[in-house]
Design a protein around this ligand. Sequence first.
Ligand code: SAH
Ligand code: DHB
Ligand code: MG
Length: 222
Amino acid sequence: MADEDLYTTVDRYLEGLFELRDPALEAARDRSDAAGLPSISVSPGHGRLLQVLALACRATRILEIGTLGGYSAIWMAQALPPGGRLLSLEYESTHAEVARRNIAAAGLADRVEIRVGRALDTLAALERDGAAPFDMVFIDADKPPYTEYLGAALRLSAPGTLIVADNVVRDGQVALGASDDAAVTGVQRFNAALAAESGVTAAFIQQVGVKGHDGMALAVVG
Ligand code: SAH
Ligand code: DHB
Ligand code: MG
């Protein structure tokens, strides 16, 4: 079996073993596909990883940058204690509408708010309004401004905040030097900025499986 097929087989095995295909989450993906959204949400295994991380840092306030159909938001919001809140930022109003429907169907409408706009603008507004620090931030929107999203995430953090960023490996392209792909160069700039950031302890994980070869950065503030 080719390596990629084996990685996918292992992902499917783990999805079965851990029953990661919960009906609310499957319905959210189906609705997102039917609405024509791109199939770029996190995988079930990555969603469970985000949920574990939210529980590990006892997150009561979660910020997501890049909502799409709300799939990753549902995974993280399911980890919130009573009274907890997740705020997700999305540029495309059509994506936000699908996500709101998915989040309501998952019974999480009371805990999740989606704010529509360019994330650089909605993040600046949060800072201006003196938003309370978040316990966890998930960065997963457009890649060129990832470094600016990191800056905003740090300003909206407190000691102990966990910052997670998706897609930091991009098929290994981040390690292959100069690239013409603005997504790759954006992530290369982000990875270097995170590595140089003295205020955090950061780790990078490579991931393989149903989403191909990619990775997440995990950083704890303070
Ligand atoms: N976190 C989602 C996937 C997000 S895909 C999940 O795993 O389920 C990236 C999303 O970021 C897309 O919906 C895209 O419309 C949005 N996006 C792209 N540029 C943006 C910007 N400048 N501000 C906010 N959202 C943006
Ligand atoms: C893309 C974006 C993502 O956030 C992702 O997880 C996978 C792919 C993309 O824009 O291609
Ligand atoms: Mg992503």
